[in-house]
Write a protein that binds this ligand. Sequence first.
Ligand code: PMP
Length: 444
Amino acid sequence: MFTAHGSRSASLFKRAQASLPGGNSRHSIAFPPYPIYAASGSGCEITDADGAVYIDCINNMSANIHGHRHPAVMDAAFRQQERLVSVGLPTETEIVLAEMLAERVASVDTVRFCNSGTEALMFAARAARAFTGRDLIAKIEGGYHGAYDSLDLSNKPTPDVWGDDDAPATVMEGAGITQAIANQTLVLPVNRVEATRAIIRANADRLAAVFIDPLVSRMGFLPLTDAYLRMVREETACRGILLVFDEVFSFRLGRSGAQGKFAITPDLSTFGKIIGGGFPIGALGGRHDVMEVFNHLPSGKPKVPHSGTFFANPVSMAAGAAALELLDEAMFAHLDRIGDLLRKGISEISLRLSVPGQVMGMGSLVAFMPQMEPYTDYRAFAQGAARAGGEAVKHFGGLINRGVLPVFPRGFILSTPMTEDTIGRVLEAVEATVKAARDAHVPA
Ligand code: PMP
């Protein structure tokens, strides 16, 4: 039972605190009062250190689109490991995966690999600055682009520091980032078309790139509006500013990711998570002329050096190619179908139990925000979430104890091994949890 003091997860967490600050290596998966320690996974299920089995709706924050240990992905990884694991030479595997990305995504001519989404974003910023000769970059308020100093800003600012609605302040949430770095990142107000247009225009001479997470993962999968995306594309295109789509999370929306769904052509795109089949990976791809900043061949020296010991490691490349191979139109249709089923089911539960709220998401990404009003920007989201805050923790514990592992507090990231029956089981857990919370008359 989650939060039982005698559990093995609770004691592992206690032990972890002696050798790991805060007892973990990853704040994004640390939740109160202690994290569940995973022991094994198979298909769409996880078994924890106490032997409890859960439907995994975290799927390593989107990376495990095929759930755990998919036979075709494992086979590709094992076969690669039998040949070669890590090597100081290129391998054919990186060409195969680069070709697959370029074939799927019309805006991608060429690709560079790295080991994480964070690194892909870091190199995107560097490429944009090198290509344009400008120093500023811009991101949307509340968007998350990994741990790189220049983008790890204004991820979750609070009203006391977030500044004007039309001209958000650049907020440093963690210590250790210098003011000089923060000063080079502009923050754009989400879905506010004219205010964002004004910021882009006012800084056009110095702006190298605008970074967009088109389905904002940290805001309950809030989609940027069509008008907003089109304005950003037009304003950037005619001012020589690069548009970077961060597809690290959203690439699971379809064969060509969010950009395919939203019909926008960015100049650069960053990838990660699903393209590694569950192994560490990141990639930056895009327009040929921009990507040429990494080409060392013409002069013998690249404009932007790009190297890493494990970049394009053959195991991630082989597993990633196998994972992508499985993701054809029929597989995306399956993910869309089970995502729709879950969204519809949660909406019905919320009506039936008279617990109002928002059901958000697209495709295989689903979020339930009980007691929240509709929102279209970061500020309304943050204020609504703060008001409904106490409910989140309670729902989270309720779902876990009913065998469903959500993204804290109530996100659901689905995987291809899930069936309609799996979604039925998730919905049973959601209904029982929401009902128990409502009937207990405590914040749910
Ligand atoms: N961009 C987005 C939109 C993300 O969701 C994430 C990770 N959750 C990242 C970048 C960073 O990727 P990574 O964790 O692989 O560094």
